[in-house]
Design a protein around this ligand. Structure first.
Ligand SMILES: Cc1cc2nc3c(=O)[nH]c(=O)nc-3n(C[C@H](O)[C@H](O)[C@H](O)COP(=O)(O)O)c2cc1C
Length: 317
């Protein structure tokens, strides 16, 4: 399904190698002020061009079709001006290892013009800008904490790592931490729509995500109850530690919601990999052509913020 949410609802459309990508929002109050400038900061944070990101540059200018006062929709569209379909033709015969080409061909009989693409996260970030306005004073902030196992703040080491990976025609993954503050107590549901489930659902909708952990996460399995429990220190429910990541019983507990997201290394790499050639029916060594991020985790923090803000907007409207 290309739709997410109930009260704050988004449909994404378009594709990376088609004329546009975009999102149609429902549930945005007509009175919420919005201008194109509101989108600039978050869209810039996701944009490519920095070392380690793809040389494909688009202007990423949002075009707003605001019909909130009539049919209740707000559509935000971005033109694609710099796509090269020829780079992707070969992937129907030789699917990229780790990418979605094989499953796309099996399910749809085509690559769907780059539907399985990081470019689809551009409209997600736009939806997040609107959602962030709706959920204030609740704030959602994500940052890259690790690249290829090295602390992101160690910029010199990270720069060397990115250069080395690019020179080898290889790629790197990363770890993103997200912190949500001013969260009211009681958002979420006890079972299927637990707040962790909703956030994980939204985060796993971002292409290339391999894991998510809340609070102590997987480390909790090796802790004692006396270590993992969060002692309550006041009548508002504040706790002296946050091993639960701000959620108990599927409901926000009033402490910051903290989770970490594992982002995989980019699949499309120049370094030759053994894979199957479906046209010739044999194994082959494949060096993937085209323009790709060496480490797309660099561009993921605003996307994590956006999808999380959409979850909160859906719960709070
Ligand atoms: C912002 C962003 C940029 C991405 N850039 C690339 C890229 O340049 N090359 C690539 O192979 N994958 C890239 N990806 C990841 C693919 O879109 C993803 O691996 C693919 O759709 C398959 O999905 P899966 O990894 O979740 O199975 C990017 C993802 C994001 C979120």
């Amino acid at each position: 399904m290309d739709t997410f949410g109930h009260r704050f609802q988004l449909d994404i459309f378009g594709a990376s190698h088609a004329p546009c990508v975009g999102v149609k929002l429902r549930g945005v109050p007509a009175a919420l002020p919005l201008t194109e400038d509101d989108f600039t900061a978050d869209l810039l944070r996701r944009k490519s061009g920095a070392p380690g990101t793809t040389p494909r540059i688009e202007d990423d200018r949002p075009e707003l079709d605001d019909r909130r006062a009539t049919d209740g929709t707000l559509t935000i569209t971005f033109a694609n001006r710099n796509y090269r379909n020829e780079d992707y033709k070969g992937f129907t015969d030789i699917p990229r290892p780790g990418h979605a080409d094989f499953v796309a061909m099996a399910r749809y009989g085509s690559l769907r013009d780059g539907w399985f693409s990081g470019r689809m996260t551009l409209p997600l970030v736009a939806a997040g800008v609107v959602a962030k306005k709706l959920i204030a004073p609740l704030t959602v902030e994500a940052r890259l904490v690790e690249i290829g196992g090295v602390a992101a703040e160690n910029t010199a080491a990270v720069g060397r790592l990115l250069d080395a990976a690019a020179a080898e025609g290889d790629s790197l993954g990363g770890l993103v931490e997200c912190r949500c503050t001013n969260v009211p107590v009681g958002l979420g549901e006890p079972f299927f729509d637990s707040l962790e489930s909703l956030l994980a659902h939204a985060v796993f909708s971002i292409p290339g995500i391999r894991g998510i952990e809340f609070g102590d996460g997987f480390a909790a399995a090796r802790m004692k109850g006396s270590e993992h429990n969060d002692p309550i220190i006041d009548a508002a429910g504040h706790t002296s530690r946050n091993g639960a990541g701000g959620i108990n019983g599927g409901l926000s507990n009033g402490n910051p919601i903290v989770f970490r997201v594992a982002v995989k290394p980019t699949s499309s790499i120049r370094k030759p990999q053994r894979t199957f050639d479906f046209a010739r029916g044999c194994l082959t060594d494949y060096s993937i052509p085209g323009r790709h991020d060496t480490c797309f985790a660099l561009r993921v923090p605003p996307v994590v913020e956006a999808v999380s803000a959409c979850v909160f907007a859906d719960l709070m409207l």
